[in-house]
Design a protein around this ligand. Structure first.
Ligand code: CNA
Length: 318
C-alpha cells in the first residue's frame, strides 16, 4: 500500500498555530510520527542536521555516506565500523524530552492512537507510552540478536561493548560452540618449472584439519538499511490506523527514509496533517508546518489548547 506514491492536497481551512491547537483539542484518534529531532535536546545527535548530525561526523571520518554504517551487508562484512561509532547514538536511558512528555499527555487524554517512532533510543517507553500504542518502525536498542544463532538478549547486555567500541560476540555461541567440522580436502598447488600444478594431496595428511567455529556477532535489533520493517508496522497502519485516525502529527524528522516518509501521503485526504520540526518539508503537503525546536512548539501548542505540559526541562516561569 505504501508503494503507490501520491501527494495529498492541503486542506485550506487549517493554517495557523491556533488552528493546530484547536485540532489537538477536537481530535480523538491522533497518529504521531516521530524522528530523531525529538531526542536532540538531550544531546543525542540526529542523522542529518548539518554540523551536529551523526552523518556529518561519519563523513568527516572518511566514509562516503553515513548510511553505510547502518547497511546490513557492511555490518556483516565488518561489524567493527558500526561498533566504533554506535556509542554516539546510544542513549543514557535516564531522561526523556518535553516532546516525549507531550505524546504521553496525548495518551493520558485518551487521544493517542499510535506513535510511530523512527527512533531507536527507546525513550518512548521511559516516558510511559503504552507498548500497545507504540510502533518502533526501525526497532530499538532494547534488545540485541546474534547474527549467527539468532539468540535474542536484552540490549543492555551489549551496551558495555558498544561504549568500549568493541565488537560484541554472542555468549551463547561461545558457551555452546557447534562441533568443529573437518575441513574439506583442499586442492593446493605445487610449484613446477613453468607454472603451478594442482595437487589433491592434503598438506596435513598425518593430522586432520578442522574449521573452528567462530561465535556470531551481536547486533542491536535496530533496522539497518537492507532489512525489512516489522510486520506490525504495515498491519497496524493499513488495518487499524488508516481508516480511523482523525489527525496526523509529524514531529522532528526529515522524512527522508521510506516507507515512513510516505505514510502521511497514504492517509485519507480529509485527515489534517501538522508538521513540527526545524526545517520545512516539501515532499508532503502538510496543512500546517510549525518550524522551530519541537520542545518549544509542543509547549506552545499545549498552552494554546489550555493544557498543562509538565517536564523538568520546561522552566517554571514559562
Ligand atoms: P534525521 O534525518 O536526522 O532528521 C531529523 C530532523 O529533525 C532534521 O530535519 C532536523 O532539522 C530536525 N530536528 C533536530 N532537532 C530538532 C529539534 N530539537 N526540534 C525540531 N526539529 C529538530 O532523522 P530522522 O528521524 O528523520 O531519520 C530517521 C532515522 C534517524 C531513523 O532510522 C532513526 O533510527 C535514526 N536516528 C535515531 C536516533 C534516536 O533514536 N534518537 C538518533 C539518530 C538517528
Amino acid at each position: 500500500i505504501l508503494r503507490a506514491y501520491h501527494k495529498r492536497q492541503k486542506l485550506m481551512q487549517y493554517n495557523t498555530i491556533d488552528d493546530a491547537a484547536n485540532l489537538l483539542r477536537e481530535s480523538k484518534n491522533i497518529m504521531v510520527i516521530t524522528g530523531a529531532g525529538i531526542s536532540t535536546s538531550l544531546g543525542i545527535p540526529d542523522f542529518r542536521s548539518r554540523g551536529t548530525g551523526f552523518y556529518d561526523k561519519i563523513r568527516a571520518l572518511g566514509f562516503e555516506s553515513g548510511e553505510d554504517v547502518f547497511d546490513i551487508h557492511m555490518f556483516d562484512e565488518d561489524p567493527s565500523i558500526f561498533y566504533s561509532l554506535a556509542g554516539d547514538i546510544l542513549p543514557d536511558q535516564q531522561r526523556y524530552t518535553p516532546t516525549h512528555a507531550f505524546i504521553k499527555l496525548l495518551q493520558d487524554k485518551g487521544k493517542l492512537q499510535t506513535n510511530y517512532t523512527q527512533n531507536i533510543d527507546n525513550l518512548e517507553e521511559l516516558a510511559g507510552i503504552d507498548r500497545a500504542r507504540l510502533i518502533q518502525c526501525h526497532g530499538s536498542f532494547a534488545t540485541a540478536s546474534c547474527r549467527k544463532c539468532k539468540v535474542q538478549v536484552s540490549g543492555q547486555a551489549i551496551f558495555a561493548d558498544i561504549r568500549a567500541k568493541r565488537v560484541a560476540l554472542c555468549k551463547t555461541c561461545l558457551q555452546n560452540p557447534p562441533a568443529p567440522r573437518p575441513q574439506k580436502k583442499r586442492k593446493h598447488s605445487k610449484p613446477r618449472k613453468n607454472g603451478w600444478e594442482d595437487s589433491d594431496d592434503d598438506e596435513s595428511s598425518s593430522s586432520t584439519a578442522y574449521d573452528i567455529p567462530q561465535p556470531g556477532v551481536m547486533k542491536p535489533d535496530i533496522t539497518f538499511f537492507g532489512e525489512q520493517l516489522p510486520d506490525t508496522f504495515f498491519n497496524r497502519f493499513t488495518d487499524h490506523d488508516s481508516p480511523t485516525v482523525d489527525l496526523c502529527l509529524v514531529i522532528g524528522t526529515s522524512l527522508k527514509v521510506a516507507p515512513v516518509s510516505e505514510m502521511a501521503n497514504h492517509l485519507p485526504q480529509n485527515i489534517p496533517h501538522i508538521f513540527i520540526s526545524r526545517e520545512p518539508i516539501e515532499h508532503v503537503n502538510f496543512d500546517i508546518q510549525l518550524l522551530g525546536d519541537c520542545d518549544y512548539v509542543v509547549y506552545e501548542l499545549c498552552r494554546r489548547a489550555g493544557w498543562e505540559l509538565r517536564h523538568e526541562m520546561i522552566p517554571e516561569e514559562f
